[in-house]
Design a protein around this ligand. Structure first.
Ligand SMILES: [Zn+2]
Length: 241
């Protein structure tokens, strides 16, 4: 028997009243079959809902893990009342299911996901900002940490820098070869803050609407470029925005 805490990031309701779950834990994404969990009377009904963070006990079976028991640790109730937030959480889930958890630090992808759900649920941060934070920090977790100290050639670090998506590097006007995103001081600071701060702080900043749009554009394009994935859930989310 295996006992683990995990976030339910995918639920397929099955005809036999069971649920097929994709569970993000500190060591990866696991597939778990939960017999009868769709039934409202099942002891595992609440703990196997989408985006529930649960303590799960499971036994290895022929085709993956079979759930024995579950206990919800945290439910992000408000997500289900907001179609845009739910769409964003589904996008995060699809990103993780496609690109994994990376090897940078154990449990960091799970903690990042939980942090972003916490802020989406609490409603005290802009949804677009949470999205950008997730995309940038997740890219770092899976091995695409951008070089944000200064110009890659002369190390100029403050003004007139451009961020190049493909290389993940900064260049000053003199050393820029090609195109990129010119950064205002606020956006440069935000990029460094999100990629380099301690995880629990990374949503603790504010930007003007214009700077937020710039950061959002960079974050989305950076993750798409480096994961080479155009996900349906992102198209859907952007249609709602
Ligand atoms: Zn330079």
């Amino acid at each position: 028997m295996i006992t683990k805490k995990g976030l339910i990031i995918g639920v397929t309701e099955l005809e036999d009243k069971g649920r097929y779950l994709r569970v993000l834990t500190d060591d990866g994404v696991h597939e778990v079959y939960a017999r009868g969990a769709k039934k409202i009377t099942s002891k595992n009904n609440a703990g196997t809902e989408i985006f529930c963070y649960s303590r799960l006990c499971a036994t290895p079976g022929k085709n993956g893990l079979i759930l024995d028991s579950s206990e919800p640790e945290r439910q992000f109730y408000n997500l289900r009342f907001d179609i845009k937030k739910l769409a964003l959480a589904n996008y995060f889930a699809e990103v993780v299911m496609h690109s994994g958890i990376g090897t940078e630090k154990t449990g960091e992808t799970l903690n990042l996901f939980l942090l972003c759900l916490y802020y989406l649920d609490a409603g005290n941060r802009e949804t677009a900002l949470i999205k950008a934070v997730f995309e940038l920090r997740y890219a770092c977790e899976i091995g695409f940490m951008p070089g944000l100290i200064g110009c890659d050639v002369c190390h100029k670090y403050d003004e007139g820098l451009t961020f190049v998506i493909k290389s993940g590097k900064l260049y000053c006007e003199e050393h820029l070869n090609g195109t990129g995103y010119p950064l205002s001081p606020a956006v440069l600071h935000a990029l460094r803050f999100v990629c380099l701060s301690e995880l629990k702080k990374i949503c603790d900043f504010k930007l003007s609407p214009e700077a937020e749009r710039d950061l959002a554009r960079i974050a989305e394009n950076y993750l798409i470029y480096h994961t080479e994935k155009h996900l349906k859930s992102l198209t859907y989310y952007n249609r709602l925005s």
